[in-house]
Design a protein around this ligand. Structure first.
Ligand SMILES: *[C@@H]1O[C@H](CO)[C@@H](O)[C@H](O)[C@H]1NC(C)=O
Ligand SMILES: *[C@@H]1O[C@H](CO)[C@@H](O)[C@H](O)[C@H]1NC(C)=O
Ligand SMILES: *[C@@H]1O[C@H](CO)[C@@H](O)[C@H](O)[C@H]1NC(C)=O
Ligand SMILES: *[C@@H]1O[C@H](CO)[C@@H](O)[C@H](O)[C@H]1NC(C)=O
Ligand SMILES: *[C@@H]1O[C@H](CO)[C@@H](O)[C@H](O)[C@H]1NC(C)=O
Ligand SMILES: *[C@@H]1O[C@H](CO)[C@@H](O)[C@H](O)[C@H]1NC(C)=O
Ligand SMILES: *[C@@H]1O[C@H](CO)[C@@H](O)[C@H](O)[C@H]1NC(C)=O
Length: 630
């Protein structure tokens, strides 16, 4: 070849490279004018095995860096309970962190953006100064799906304030045994109420357009987030309420009690479903091909992605890691699409890659998983807007959301007793009294009134946990300025007797807890709370406000108590309790659960043959609001 030909070939070659590079910039999958299925197809054709497997991996932010995102082509990050950039991080700091990780993902060959998930289960609860709404059991007491939808919208905006676009909510467990440590995450023991409350999905994701194909995930705009119906399925039906245990029930029972919420969620276009740690009749749900693939993806026609629970693959065998390969194989074959690893991603990636290369898992299964993950990402608009902007920063803890939470608290309160008879009601309380006593471990404790899943996974006690209004502060705001309020957390018997109080308000209940730490076979009020209740109520007229994630043993105390209010886990807006105690609003909440007489009766649910409750499901006295002018 002569010099000119060499030059010519060289020129042609660089020209070709340039053409390919230019063509690369106009990747079909990046064209928002194309239908999503076309974009998915185009992107799938370009992806290598390691790029596909990367999409199936979700890691915790503790092990994430932009370089890890890039080098391992990780598809998703999460903040586990309490996994925050630092205590009291601002929305701006959150957003910068998320965008930093996203930049790592965008710098990969195909630039597929990652999706960031977090447990926002009663508001954006990991985040300092976010609005904390009542836990689900309280929302169940409101019987108000429209309110719950508004809470979904508000939560989505607060989550967007921190640059996050995916929440592991709602929990649509049907808790059939209050001894379960997650019972407060369940709206009700009644499947119909749980089904109605899936309305929160319309708030979180936006309302699915009419005539959408059933099962196709939907997210309607930048102020919305992807939701996650959890935990599929039967999590609330385990033996004696033991967390992550075995749900023994026939197929009809499973489908009629635990499944209706999933059908409703899929119809509403829920983007993702999380699988339960628990087993059904001895088979781990993470290994249940019949329910995950045949039923959820087949019969219910769910087209979003199925995600594992935290480290659930590791927990599939005992002892842990006895045979990790087998656990990965079984769960992926069962139909799981994304695995919340969350730490040892290299181990997971290597294991899954080996299983595919050795043909234990067919490529079609991997393709199904990745297609589903990409579908949610395209739906979310992630390819168009991968980086978060600051337009929602002011939404975190916004006053409008706090007002909404306060409204939810008012509507969630269930009045169980009001004086000895209907002619002598104790509530509403007079705003004008000479001197009143406020007592109890939960009267002036923001952490206690929020419960688990608040700032930390397990929650925490105290008033510096986050910002909000304690019940005591709410009472102080509500009464007439002439009323003297004495606050004593644990007053002695003689002190109460000798102080001429007009009446007492006792606020006691359960300490914060989450998951297995909340499993409890006795369901009694902690002893100090029982003493306080007795010391006050044996001496003066008293209202007891119970702060708990479930009904507790109250029958032995009932005689001393003049009025009894179940306030569940109200969250940061304690003013809502005072609003109703002092008659600015009436009581309207209805029991979302059966209130048992003794723990020995459990499990006991509405409709049972030997139904003998203290207060039946649906019970709740009402009061009229006082006329503001009288
Ligand atoms: C991410 O990358 C964009 C574009 O390159 C840049 O403007 C931005 O500062 C980066 N953000 C972070 C948090 O690294
Ligand atoms: C259920 O709990 C019991 C008692 O803790 C335990 O021995 C058993 O392995 C658990 N079963 C499942 C399926 O988790
Ligand atoms: C893991 O379990 C599978 C299925 O039971 C078995 O074939 C395999 O040999 C096991 N591997 C190890 C390392 O024990
Ligand atoms: C991750 O898993 C691999 C393979 O099982 C193991 O060698 C390694 O120690 C694990 N790393 C961590 C941090 O647990
Ligand atoms: C809140 O107070 C507790 C004990 O007084 C302390 O241990 C904790 O660090 C404080 N938390 C914050 C966020 O200031
Ligand atoms: C007790 O309070 C009432 C008003 O609630 C008042 O009339 C009475 O004088 C007080 N008695 C004492 C001993 O302070
Ligand atoms: C009730 O159970 C809880 C949780 O197991 C335990 O902490 C508490 O001490 C028990 N209370 C009584 C009175 O046994």
């Amino acid at each position: 070849m002569g010099k000119t030909s060499v030059l010519l070939v060289g020129f042609l070659f660089s020209f070709l490279v340039a053409m390919v590079q230019a063509g690369d910039k106009y990747k079909k999958y990046n064209d928002p004018s194309l239908p999503i299925n076309k974009r998915i197809g185009d992107l799938m054709r370009r992806m290598s095995l390691d790029e596909k497997i990367g999409q199936m991996v979700q890691i915790d932010r503790k092990v994430a860096t932009p370089e890890v995102m890039r080098d391992y082509k990780i598809g998703s990050i999460l903040s586990g309970g309490g996994s925050v950039p630092h205590l009291q991080a601002t929305p701006q700091e959150w957003l910068n962190m998320v965008n930093g990780f996203q930049n790592g993902s965008l710098s990969t060959r195909l630039g597929i953006p990652m999706i960031y998930g977090i447990d926002a289960v009663h508001g954006h609860n990991n985040v300092y100064k976010a609005t904390i709404f009542p836990h689900n059991i309280g929302l169940g007491a409101t019987r108000d799906p429209e309110l719950v939808k508004r809470i979904g919208s508000a939560t989505a905006r607060e989550v967007r304030a921190t640059g996050i676009n995916y929440v592991f909510a709602p929990c649509i467990a049907v808790c059939r045994d209050p001894r379960w440590g997650r019972c407060f995450e369940s709206y009700s023991e009644d499947p119909d109420i749980v089904k109605e409350m899936t309305e929160i999905i319309n708030g979180l994701q936006g309302e699915i357009p009419k005539n959408s194909r059933k099962g196709v995930p939907y997210v309607g705009g930048r102020e919305k987030v992807v939701a996650c119906a959890k935990h599929f399925v039967g999590d609330g039906g385990t033996t004696r309420g033991i967390n992550e245990n075995n749900t023994v029930i026939d197929k009809h029972g499973l489908l009629s009690i635990h499944m209706p919420g999933y059908n409703a969620a899929v119809i509403k276009g829920v983007g993702t479903v999380m699988v339960s740690y628990s087993s059904w009749n001895g088979v781990k749900m993470h290994a249940n091909h019949d329910l995950v693939t045949n039923f959820l993806k087949g019969s219910l026609r769910f087209r979003g992605f199925v995600i594992s629970d935290w480290q659930a693959i590791d927990r599939m065998t005992y002892p842990v890691h006895a045979n990790y390969t087998y656990s990965v194989l079984t769960s992926i074959q069962a139909g799981l699409d994304m695995i919340m690893v969350p730490y040892n991603y290299t181990e997971f990636i290597d294991t899954l890659t080996g299983l595919v290369k050795n043909k234990f898992i067919p490529m079609s299964r991997i393709d199904d998983a990745v297609r589903r993950i990409l579908r949610v990402k395209f739906q979310l608009g992630l390819f168009e807007n991968p980086l978060s902007d600051e337009s929602f920063i002011d939404q975190l803890g916004h006053q409008a959301h706090r007002d909404l939470a306060r409204e939810a608290v008012r509507k969630s309160l269930v009045l169980l007793k009001n004086g000895e008879n209907a002619d002598e009601p104790m509530l509403p309380l007079p705003k004008k009294s000479s001197k009143i006593l406020v007592a109890g471990s939960h009267a002036d404790d923001l952490g206690n009134q929020c419960g688990g899943w608040t700032i930390n996974w397990q929650g925490g006690s105290g008033n510096n946990l986050t910002s909000g209004t304690t019940i005591l502060k709410g009472i102080a705001e509500a009464v007439d300025p002439s009323t003297e309020i004495v606050y004593e957390e644990n007053p002695e018997f003689d002190y109460v007797k000798s102080n001429n109080f007009s009446y007492g308000i006792v606020v006691v209940g359960e300490p914060p807890y989450a998951e297995t730490n909340g499993d409890n076979l006795n369901l009694t009020i902690p002893l100090q709370g029982q003493y306080t209740l007795y010391n006050v109520c044996a001496n003066i007229k008293c209202v007891v406000v119970l702060i708990s994630g479930r009904p507790l043993v109250i029958m032995p105390h009932l005689e001393q108590v003049d009025a009894l209010v179940a306030a569940w886990l109200p969250g940061t807006e304690g003013q809502g309790v005072a609003d109703v105690l002092f008659g600015d609003y009436g009581f309207s909440g209805k029991l979302p659960r059966t209130w048992f007489k003794t723990a020995e009766q459990l499990p006991m649910n509405v409709g049972d043959l030997n139904y003998d409750p203290l207060y039946p499901f649906g019970y709740g006295l009402t009061t009229q609001p006082l006329n503001a002018t009288s």
